[in-house]
Design a protein around this ligand. Structure first.
Ligand code: GAF
Length: 400
């Protein structure tokens, strides 16, 4: 096996299968994987029926799994101390009930959602799962969606459900919204379920129609860096839910189903009609961000990839000033990277910490990374973690 990526995947598959045997005894029926993501553009648009453009990371959650017919759901995570959680599928309950707390809420929520939708046998359906993930947690890179989607494709395989990637994503969002109680949109689950190597996913979150957009940055002499500020981000702390409620209130006040339905040409008129001044910047961000996604897709289609950079930086300013979901560390990544010659940069994901993406000339990538690290040191922040975003494969069964 000469390809290092293939060798790494084979090692991960073997690790998960061995871990399963050690923890549960017996053989797993298979090993499944689903990736984390970064979002190139289209932030806080997904719960407004808008447009997004994420790409899958090479980092994945892996699930080795076997079916059980006694109703037990035995979940083991190799990433936490005392990683075993033993549940009864018939008793799973959202909102603080059986299985809905901590990391186990994500895989348990998927089983719960599948049962709610009549996809699993009512009596006795269960599973043994061994979970391991290298998607950084709390970094805004969708570690929860990766875990949900890996669990869903594993159950799909174990029970021969034949679910489409879109249905998998919807089940996982239901698990996260209704079982784990996190009010996220559909972007992360769709990215994890549907992305393909070498592409970004241009997704209309209203009807889930999507297009794979070729993104061969290396061939163009470019790189997309991910900078994890290591400021922990959490969606459940109420700020995300408040932004979401504000957007819904703005749409209601404007008499539209969602802010996606306000065309950019009507921006000024729409803002003037919002009597609550707190709703205006929220609406302005969403309406302008949907337009930025379309601008980026047009630039990529035209082969003008370098011109995407300034649109990213503009998007960051909107998230910082209008949507108010950035933080000093994310702003510093954008400022220091751009000052060191990056083509553009923005926070990615929900915000309030987490990661930023930086588009750079390959030749200048190292200098830009060093400048960001220096700026962090000078400001007294913890050193950030940097890596390259290589557009990778979505959820799949691993061979092994
Ligand atoms: C988080 C959510 F989970 C997504 O649904 C999306 O709203 C994103 O924040 C902001 O674009 O990742």
């Amino acid at each position: 096996m000469s390809d290092p990526a293939e060798a790494a995947e084979a090692a991960q598959t073997a690790e998960a299968a061995d871990g399963f045997r050690a923890v549960h005894g017996g053989e797993p029926a298979g090993v499944w994987a689903a990736p984390g993501r970064v979002n190139l553009i289209g932030e806080h648009t997904d719960y407004n029926d808008g447009f997004v453009m994420p790409l899958a990371l090479p980092h994945t959650a892996r699930v080795a799994a076997a079916r059980r017919d006694d109703g037990a759901l035995n979940l083991y995570s190799a990433d936490v101390p005392d990683g075993m959680v033993r549940l009864d599928t018939a008793k799973l309950a959202p909102g603080g009930g059986e299985g809905s707390a901590g990391w186990a809420a994500y895989p348990a929520g998927v089983v719960w959602a599948m049962r709610e939708e009549g996809l699993l046998p009512a009596d006795g359906a269960g599973a043994d799962l061994y979970v391991r993930s290298d998607v950084p947690t709390g970094a805004g890179l969708s570690s929860s969606a990766a875990l949900e989607v890996a669990t869903a494709v594993a159950l799909d395989g174990l029970y021969g459900l034949g679910l489409s990637p879109e249905r998998i994503a919807l089940l996982c969002r239901r698990a996260e919204n209704d079982f784990a109680g996190v009010p996220c949109g559909i972007m992360d689950q769709m990215a994890s379920a549907c992305c393909t190597a070498g592409h970004a996913l241009y997704l209309d979150t209203r009807d889930l129609s999507h297009r794979q957009v070729p993104l061969d940055l290396a061939a163009e002499g470019l790189r997309l860096l991910v900078v994890d500020t290591r400021v922990k981000h959490a969606l459940g702390d109420g700020e995300y839910a408040r932004r979401r409620a504000g957007c819904e209130a703005a749409a209601a006040a404007l008499g539209v189903r969602a802010l996606r339905d306000v065309p950019h040409e009507e921006l000024d008129r729409a803002l003037a009609r919002l009597s609550d001044p707190a709703l205006r910047p929220l609406a302005r961000h969403v309406i302008t961000e949907n337009r930025r996604v379309r601008r980026v897709i047009d630039l990529l289609d035209a082969g003008d990839t370098r011109d995407v950079g300034p649109v990213l930086t503009e998007g960051h300013a909107s998230l910082r000033d209008d949507f108010a979901v950035s933080c000093p560390e994310l702003d510093l990544v954008v400022e220091s990277a751009n000052a060191a010659g990056a083509l553009g940069a923005r926070m990615t994901g929900g915000g309030f910490g987490g990661s930023a993406v930086v588009l750079v000339e390959a030749a200048g990538a190292e200098a830009v990374g060093a400048a960001v690290a220096e700026a962090f040191a000078a400001a007294g922040h913890r050193p950030p973690r940097l890596f390259e975003a290589v557009p990778s494969t979505g959820a799949r069964r691993l061979e092994g």
